[in-house]
Design a protein around this ligand. Structure first.
Ligand code: AMP
Ligand code: MG
Length: 387
């Protein structure tokens, strides 16, 4: 990737502690360890009878029962079976559990089929040994991770602070989304799509007032934005006479890493750093803003969030219909992955301003710069839109 400048970027401040029920989406600052063997003792995974496999098949005397939530007080006497419930500890001497469905019993005895050693129980520490690292630092918690933390008693967890991401829309024609625009104006949709993308990626969006296409006001708002951990600008980075974002950044002493990329939408993308804060100048067309966030800005946000190795949400699918595109640029085209998860269809659009088309998409197709023709059935990369 072209974001080598991000190597070594890490969260701006020290870890904080959160309680487990509020830990969804938080990024671990320290690994989660097993506080004891898992399971802590051999445990049945079926309702049935604990037996010695060497004594099966056969008719065994019933020597008692062990329930989930009870210790196994009774060792298994020779020639016997102990009735056992799922989750209950395996009695000493037993080396198999026969499922209740496979047995016949009366008041004193049970007839069991042949059982192999190790059948239907999890040995002590078979899932993890005490002290083992179960989740590394940098992992973002979802429900399986939260279940894991609960299972090892991690009630308070050290997590990285969420990066604060300033969002600054620009444009004289852009009006707040809750106002009625005049015919020559557009509602501000980028601020909200970006705030949503930032939230989904684990950041805290800080929305600044929209900057008009005037240098001084734009520069003053950029200065405010540079106080956050990351600054995302939308619009004002193309070649237009009133595209003042790069000049305003220059006047603030910005270092530019690049100001053009070979993708569409998103060609005029700007990436740099000013006053120790990374910024992205995202082209203002809604699809450009969304795509550039996902494939560029998100990498910076992930590192600031303590996730240096988060993967981009790419996968591959089979094209339902052929299409062609002009070679030379990598193109991101709105598309819909079929619920079968295998095939994908383009959504027709007028271009990167076409929000109604993008709103029907659940992914973007990635058309390669050296492949002008795609055929039905071709495997093609797709970039998921997180929803
Ligand atoms: P720009 O990158 O400033 O040249 O803007 C490109 C196109 O995106 C123009 O048609 C703008 O009106 C539109 N645009 C810019 N900012 C926004 C925004 N915040 N929300 C929706 N559309 C926008
Ligand atoms: Mg503009």
């Amino acid at each position: 990737m072209v974001l080598d400048q991000l190597t070594g970027v890490c969260p701006a401040s020290a870890p904080e502690s959160v309680t487990l029920p509020g830990a969804l989406g938080r990024v671990l600052a320290h690994p989660i360890l097993a506080d004891r063997d898992i399971p802590s003792l051999a445990r049945s995974v079926r309702d049935g009878f604990a037996v010695r496999s060497a004594e099966t098949p056969g008719r065994l005397r019933l020597a008692g029962e062990v329930r989930a939530g009870e210790p196994a007080l009774l060792p298994l006497p020779p020639g016997s079976a102990i009735e056992i419930m799922t989750g209950a500890p395996l009695p000493e001497g037993a080396d198999a559990v026969v499922m209740v469905e496979h047995t016949t019993r009366d008041d004193t005895h049970v007839i069991v089929p042949a059982a192999t050693p190790g059948l239907n129980f999890n040995p002590q520490a078979s899932e993890a040994s005490a002290g083992a690292v179960l989740l590394p630092a940098g992992e973002r918690l979802s429900y399986p991770g939260i279940a894991l933390c609960a299972s090892v008693g991690a009630a308070n967890i050290a997590v990285h602070p969420k990066p604060r991401v300033a969002i600054l829309a620009t444009g004289d024609e852009v009006v707040p989304f809750d106002q009625t625009p005049l015919p020559h104006q557009v509602r501000n949709s980028n601020t909200l799509s970006l705030a949503t993308q930032v939230t989904l990626a684990g950041g805290i969006p800080i929305v600044l007032p929209t900057a008009p296409d005037r240098l001084d006001e734009t520069r003053a708002l950029i200065e405010q934005g540079l106080e956050s951990d990351l600054l995302l600008l939308s619009g004002g980075v193309s070649a237009g006479k009133y595209d003042v974002v790069e000049l305003a950044l220059q006047q603030l002493g910005a270092q530019f890493f690049f100001d053009r990329v070979a993708i569409q939408p998103g060609q005029p993308l700007v990436f740099g750093r000013a006053r120790d804060t990374f910024f992205f100048g995202l082209p203002g067309n809604p699809a450009s803003t969304m795509v550039c966030f996902e494939i560029f800005a998100r990498a910076a946000l992930d590192r600031l969030a303590g996730r240096p190795h988060a993967p981009l949400p790419f996968t591959r699918a089979s094209l339902e219909h052929p299409f062609s595109h002009r070679p030379g640029l990598t193109r991101f085209l709105p598309a819909r992955l079929h619920p079968n998860g295998h095939s994908v269809a383009r959504i027709s659009w007028t271009g990167s301003s076409d929000v109604p088309a993008i709103a029907q998409a659940n992914c973007f197709l990635v058309a390669q710069p050296d492949t002008p023709e795609y055929h039905a059935g071709d495997l093609i990369d797709i970039l998921f839109l997180e929803r």
